[in-house]
Write a protein that binds this ligand. Structure first.
Ligand code: FE2
Length: 185
């Protein structure tokens, strides 16, 4: 039992997600969808392969892409992010898309050079009733979110996408989940 999962899966008793009240404005959501359709994101395939603190991380073929972009260029997005308390240090902002019917295999977000401990997610598309839930192990608990959510990326999670392109905005946080949990609402 010396796999990376057994070492890194968080044993905290706090459930690994917290639904939040923060919202993106409709114009920001539409702008991000337009950027996606016009090829303005620099998508890059990712794999969960690497090494974190001496532990091999071997999940591969997760399917989605990260879109790195200058979020300050999106009108109103900077103002929207001012809803987040300033004690929450945002390391980076990305857009992540998942192709239709892709399976993001169970993983924790520990892979070389890009380690993050927790993340705040905003759904972008499709509209909520079609937005595939995130799932947490143990138990494959299904988690839906309509405005925003904080999740513990130290705990194993996955997503089975449906027939729609799935896209969210992600605020990468290097602070542990437990530290952020009581700062956000
Ligand atoms: Fe993840």
């Amino acid at each position: 039992m010396n796999s990376w999962r057994s070492k890194l899966v968080n044993e905290t008793s706090i459930k690994p997600w917290k639904n939040l009240s923060y919202k993106l404005s409709d114009s920001v959501i539409q702008h991000l969808i337009d950027m996606h359709h016009s090829g303005k994101f620099d998508y890059e395939d990712i794999t969960f392969t690497g090494n974190y603190q001496g532990i091999d991380v071997v999940d591969v073929d997760v399917g989605p892409d990260f879109g790195y972009f200058d979020h300050t260029s999106v009108p109103s997005l900077t103002q929207d992010l001012e809803q987040i308390p300033s004690l929450v240090a945002i390391d980076k902002v990305t857009v992540v898309t998942v192709e239709p019917n892709k399976y993001i295999v169970p993983h924790i977000d520990a892979y070389k050079d890009n380690f993050r401990r927790s993340v705040i997610l905003f759904p972008i598309m499709p509209i909520q009733k079609y937005y595939a839930p995130l799932q947490f192990n143990p138990g494959a608990q299904k988690v839906s979110y309509s405005s925003s959510i904080l999740i513990n990326t130290d705990q194993e999670h996955f997503c089975k996408n449906n027939d729609y392109w799935r896209m969210n905005l992600q605020l990468w946080l290097t602070q542990p989940y437990e530290e952020i949990y009581n700062l956000v609402k």
